[in-house]
Write a protein that binds this ligand. Structure first.
Ligand SMILES: [Zn+2]
Length: 389
């Protein structure tokens, strides 16, 4: 048994404890949480740290199989041009791809990440995930704009899903601009209610322009890539209001990015009465579009906010702490305790992992991190992180 004490213990669920002590067994399972003067723990048994002890993070959105694309795309291209750069540039030696996946997995563990919601198109990451200390939920993306080959695409995604842990894998539409209406509808027949969806949503205003007016950068992208854009008709409403009603109603859904999601869209989503989480990937948004989501619009849904890093194709690191720093520096009224929920328990709930992680509670195995350099529970650039368990 280890008894870990820190200046402040923030369990996320429950009140924080000054000089609290967390007892964990050899496998990292929490066995007890104690006040400073609790007689159950002798002083000489304690490991004492100066700083703030928190549960490890959940990275709700990544594409680990793109880790070899660090520094391979230009910043500020906007989403359609960024996508064509990724599609043209992602081919590489299998050994290079696999090597960078392994390094990214180690990097995320070191950065205090305990679980990842990870998007794939290939089985490349299966081997690393099977042996990782990190718990991965793998989302196998499906995209397709032709009506004719919907079932073969679903079958191919099922084949890819088979490589990953069956309890932590699902198939998902990739994005509104890469899936036909018919493909969205096909998920109703293809999945059971426990299949979690994770969809790139309104990452660019070009997506809304495509759905509202059938114009904008995506039409150029389709032309360049030789995709059929015939299925898109001007709908006079934003993308999410067009595709969401086609998806099965009882499946949990993570909407990723939401950079151009309006208040009206959020109101529309709420009226659908679905189990929706909003994932924010601030550094990737700044990298691709140079813009952040309107965070204040989402604050009434604070229990549904989660954080992601996206991939190394659009980020210089895979660190939830760095994502929190960006949000804290742009939105002053977002306090640390709130952001910490987004970074831990909310992400665990979104991925169905709340029984094992996301907070420091007895019988969970959350991983423990020490934050140092905090100033009155305020997060800033110089805060550092150390994994304790
Ligand atoms: Zn993504």
């Amino acid at each position: 048994m280890r008894y870990i004490s820190a200046s402040i213990v923030v369990p996320v669920v429950g009140n924080f404890l000054k000089n609290g002590v967390v007892a964990i067994d050899e496998s990292g399972v929490v066995k007890g949480i104690y006040e400073q003067n609790d007689v159950a723990v002798l002083d000489e048994e304690k490991e004492v740290y100066e700083g703030i002890l928190i549960p490890a993070f959940v990275n709700a959105h990544c594409h680990i199989e793109l880790s070899h694309m660090l520094d391979k795309t230009q910043k500020g291209l906007g989403l359609p041009r960024f996508l064509s750069e990724v599609m043209k540039g992602r081919a590489a030696d299998e050994s290079e791809i696999m090597g960078q996946i392994a390094l990214a997995d180690e990097l995320m563990w070191k950065n205090g990440i305990q679980a990842v919601g990870d998007h794939v198109n290939t089985p490349y990451s299966a081997e690393v995930k099977a042996h990782s200390k990190i718990v991965y939920h793998t989302f196998v993306e499906i995209m397709g704009l032709n009506k004719e080959d919907i079932q073969p695409r679903i079958d191919a995604a099922r084949d890819t899903e088979f490589y990953f842990d069956a309890n932590h894998a699902s198939i998902t539409p990739h994005a509104p601009y890469s899936c036909s209406k018919e493909l969205f509808k096909a998920f109703k027949r293809a999945v059971s209610e426990d299949n979690i969806f994770s969809i790139h949503n309104q990452e660019s205003d070009e997506e809304n322009k495509l759905f509202r007016y059938r114009e904008g950068g995506f039409l150029d992208f389709y032309k360049e890539m030789g995709f059929d854009a015939e299925g898109f008709k001007a709908q006079a409403r934003n993308s999410v209001q067009s595709y969401l009603p086609h998806l099965p109603k009882n499946n949990r859904l993570i909407l990723v990015h939401n950079t151009f999601t309006s208040l009206k869209d959020i109101d529309f989503i709420n009226r659908q009465d679905r189990d929706v989480y909003y994932c924010i990937c601030p550094k990737a948004n700044l990298y691709i579009e140079g813009k952040l989501p309107k965070i204040l619009n989402f604050i009434p849904d604070r229990a549904k906010m989660v954080l992601g890093t996206d991939s190394l194709a659009s980020n210089d690191g895979l660190s939830i702490l760095e994502e929190m720093k960006v949000l804290a520096s742009h939105f002053e009224h977002l306090d640390f305790l709130q952001l910490l929920q987004w970074a831990t328990i909310n992400g665990a709930r979104a991925l169905g992992l709340e029984d094992v992680m996301g907070s420091i509670e007895v019988s969970k195995r959350p991983g423990l991190l020490l934050l140092q350099g905090m100033n009155n529970l305020r997060i800033h650039d110089r805060v550092t992180l150390q994994r304790i368990a």
